[in-house]
Design a protein around this ligand. Structure first.
Ligand SMILES: [Zn+2]
Length: 267
């Protein structure tokens, strides 16, 4: 069904207009908007990885969220700004301008529907900047709207206890962590017989520049990897995936509680 891992009673598109009119505290209900992507993830994973992991993590968190925290998950945006992957078939990329305009209109629609607290939860490492701008711009348009631009991986989780330091630094795409989560969430889509490690090539040899972080360079995925993989997917197991999923879901339960309690100073 359309709600994937989201419990049906937490999935906003399953509500009717009449349900929303009757909703006791629309203004105080947190709405999560999943912002995913469809982009290549190497030969062993499907293009839907970022959207699947996002819906899986949010779904597992909402399943264990206390009943007294009002929170609904909106329909996901499955397409994102994935133009670093355009050299690989299967990638469907929106421009930054299109994603920004889409997020603005989704936020305006939720505000028009009476919601005043929205979390944009991004699942793709190539678009946090767009999500942050969309959140700030919506706050400028709607002084009574609280918007949180967030990343699905930004909660406390146990990946560093499951994978080695090299994986944690360079395994940023279709590596051990994403492959393990896919083995836990959608094992029928994973081809471990094609899984092969690849580490980023053409990195600055020394000095202050790095692949990501404070002093990066603007790379296309093809600059760094032939296969589209960055990291070692062979280090993934379904058990590690289940453990990582569990810790991410717990992190999100904590964070959603904080979002629920947060009160923006009145404008
Ligand atoms: Zn990914």
């Amino acid at each position: 069904m359309l709600n994937t891992w989201i419990p049906p009673d937490r999935f906003l598109p399953w509500r009717s207009s009449a349900d929303l009119v009757a909703m006791p505290d629309r203004a105080g209900t947190l709405v999560i908007v999943p912002v995913g992507a469809i982009e290549q993830h190497g030969p062993h994973l499907p293009a839907a990885v970022d959207t699947v992991i996002l819906m899986g993590v949010i779904g597992h968190a909402l399943a264990r969220l206390p009943d007294d925290i009002p929170c609904q998950c909106a329909a996901p945006l499955c397409y994102g700004k994935s133009n670093e992957h355009i050299d690989f078939p299967g990638t469907v990329a929106l421009s930054a301008q299109t994603l920004l305009a889409t997020l603005a209109e989704v936020l305006d629609s939720l505000h028009r529907s009476g919601f005043r607290k929205v979390a944009l939860v991004n699942g793709h490492g190539g678009q946090p900047q767009v999500v942050e701008i969309a959140a700030r711009d919506a706050r400028v348009r709607h002084r009574d709207l609280t918007v949180f631009p967030l990343f699905v991986w930004s909660v406390p989780h146990c990946a560093a206890s499951l994978f080695d330091a090299r994986e944690m630094q360079y395994g940023i795409h279709a590596g051990a962590a994403e492959t393990a989560l896919m083995l836990a969430l959608a094992p029928q889509t994973v081809r471990m017989d094609r899984a092969k490690a690849e580490w980023p090539r053409n990195l600055p040899a020394e000095g202050l520049l790095s692949m990501e972080g404070a002093r990066p360079f603007a790379w296309l995925t093809h600059d760094l990897t032939e296969s589209g993989v960055l990291g070692d997917p062979c280090a993934a197991t379904p058990e590690k995936g289940a453990e990582l999923l569990d810790s991410l879901a717990d992190g999100w339960v904590r964070l959603i509680g904080d979002l629920h309690r947060f009160q923006q100073p009145p404008a």
